[in-house]
Design a protein around this ligand. Sequence first.
Ligand code: FMN
Length: 476
Amino acid sequence: MGDLREWIETMDTQGELRTVCGVDWDVELGVIVDQYQRRMNLPALLFDEIKGHQKGFRVLANTLTSNKRIALTLGLPPEASQMELVHAWRQYAKGYPTLPPRMVQDGPVNENIQTGNDVDLLAFPAPKWHQHDGNRYIGTGCLVIQKDPDTDWVNIGVYRVAVHDKKTAGLYISPGKHGRLIMEKYWARGEGCPIAVSSGHDPSLFFVAGLEIPHGVSEFEVAGGLKGEPIEVIESQITGLPIPATAEIVIEGKVPPGELRDEGPFGEWLGYYAGGMRPAPIIKIEAIRHRNDPIILGNLPSLPPNDDTYYRGILRSATIWEQLKQAGIPGIKGVWAHEAGGSRMLLILSIQQLYGGHSKQVGLAACQCHAGAYANRMTIVVDDDIDPTDTNRVLWAMCSRMDPAVDLEVLKRCWSTALDPMSYPREKPVFNNRVVIDACRPWERIDDFPEVVEASPDVKRAVIERWKDALPEITD
Ligand SMILES: Cc1cc2nc3c(=O)[nH]c(=O)nc-3n(C[C@H](O)[C@H](O)[C@H](O)COP(=O)(O)O)c2cc1C
């Protein structure tokens, strides 16, 4: 898939897309998406004829909330299960193969170019996603593109972009993120930071831009490696930045030093308006390019599960698995960063217990390895007869194999974020407390623990085979 339009076409052919006409960008669109994203495997939503906006100026949302769409975006078989997707990403993340972008002279993004007095950010149907948001957002599933002034390294991050007025956007980048570090370098020289924001593009670019790719490595190259073909980019004469040639909308300008404007509150991925409203940098827009009938790629953070947590659960599970393996821990059979915890707060690992203390080691390591440590609250370790993606089975293991007197470990003052409503100290929240739950059969009873009431796989398979025509619902 080369661009967002091909992605949409593929999903439509696969029965994975629904078009909706006539909604209001002011909360209504967001409420619809929110209702859809609470359940896995509902269609992606393409909104057209949005109230007060030109027909054809569209918003695509609820994109990565089906296994099939995630698999197709990653170029994997559409029927892949969650755990198969975790395995596939583990293989890929071992090396993150890269392929440099290909520079081209022109592309569909140049079909319309607004400059000077023609610049009008309000022409696009940016949603006000949640009822109590302080702004409309043109950038949620966006790419924020910047260049390091010392090395020319091009970084892309997904950082939210608010609409302030026709020529001004707001930008929220957390401290320490690469985009912030680059911006601060320009500011230290008293210069504005050149910036380009793509608001619609091939979802595999979005996939990679939201990942913590190492400092100095360009997400354009990683996305090329993921797709197996270079991303085509145009060098902008306005900012000198490379922009995707097939992007839907690209905003370009500078982020001046010392000029802030109130931004937020914004409903966040842990399900709270935890960040509040605060002064944030602005983008002074010099140009907007867009394709005919452009499409905003939206990604609605909200009470989990949401669009952000399904696919990230797969990526995070794979990364944690790899990091535990690299730490020399054996016997891991499955990892699931559960969507209900925003793919961070709730980790579940299944293991083949190999020695006394093994299960506790896995839990403690998982909640402290780099991929698992940030904003975790609960890590559960189960035996390998439990599928970690099967929530009922996990809860059953906790109910039936866990002894609260010895199987809970509380860790204090761990790495968290202000977006975690239980983080502290309240005036500058950075820590949280968390628990590791060992829900495996006790090691000393592993040989004589009561047998599980379930037919053996052979018996089950034979019965299903014999009855599957008369009883089509009977599945394993
Ligand atoms: C949908 C989505 C929205 C995000 N919004 C923000 C944001 O507003 N600000 C921010 O600092 N990080 C945000 N992130 C996280 C960053 O994109 C992520 O940490 C990424 O690795 C940043 O790129 P960097 O590593 O090059 O800094 C978001 C991620 C996703 C997937």
